[in-house]
Structure formats: structure tokens, C-alpha cells
Design a protein around this ligand. Sequence first.
Ligand SMILES: [Zn+2]
Length: 163
Amino acid sequence: MRIYFGILNSRKIKWPKGCAWCNSEPTRWYKYRKKTMQGIGLTILSPFLPVPAAEISSRVASVSYPVCYLHNILAHITKPIRLVMAFLIFNIITVPYQNDIILWLCNLIIASLGYYLWRRGIIVHKVYEKHIELSIPESKYAEEFMVLNECHSIHKHVLIQEE
Ligand SMILES: [Zn+2]
């Protein structure tokens, strides 16, 4: 189970003292950058060159949270984009053995381990106009986070800060 929080963009996030993954002594801040696509619109490239072009609008937010040495490394490795890349590279270099059952097992292990580790950390789900939505695995850490950030209102499954 994970706990979902809605944090206002106008407020600074308060993190509990420990590493966000294991609550041990943190050694650094891990910066999580999240981009949420909003939509695709048409735009004119320039007044001198009236060519229509597709414009993708998005919202970006950066969230820095405390991590210990090990979880800083794990947070870097378990970014979904990196896991997908590792998965693709592994499958490209092993093309000659494509029919080998061991390869399928390796794929399964890499994918499930990656997914499991990714779910153990902080996930920023979406950047909205006024707030971001993030989730933390259910734990003492999540409870402390809720209290520190005064996320006392519940909207659907998300604990939100009052404006
Ligand atoms: Zn840790």
C-alpha cells in the first residue's frame, strides 16, 4: 500500500529527518524531476515564417528528498526510463539467444526486481497547476510526512494540504 499526498506548489515540502526509503541517517538529497504532459496544440513558428507546428505543453516540478548513500544509488537506477532502457539493451545484446528459456527468466527477474525497487521509493505521479501528487509507501515515515506537511484533508485517495 502507498499513501498519496497532494502538496501545494506554493509550499516547500518538509521531509522527515531520515532517508526517504529506509529512515536511516541521510547523506544527501536526491532530486526527482517530473514532467507531466498537458496537451498538444498548434502554434505558428514565427511571424516571418507562418508555418504551423505542433507544440507540446507540459508542467515540470522538481522534488528533492533526503536519501542515504545506498538509496541515492537505487533512486538513480530505478528511474522508469532507465529500467526500460536497461531492459531494451539487455534484449538487444541477447538477440542470438532469443529462444533460450533462461533469457526469459532473466527478463522476468529484471522486470520484477526493477518494479519492486521502484515501488519502494518516493514516486511523483503528476504535476498539476496548483499542486503535485506524490506517494510514499505506507510507513511511519509517511505518517510523519503527513503531519509535517499538514495534509489533513482527503480528496478521493489523496491526502491534501489546505490552501
Ligand atoms: Zn536509505
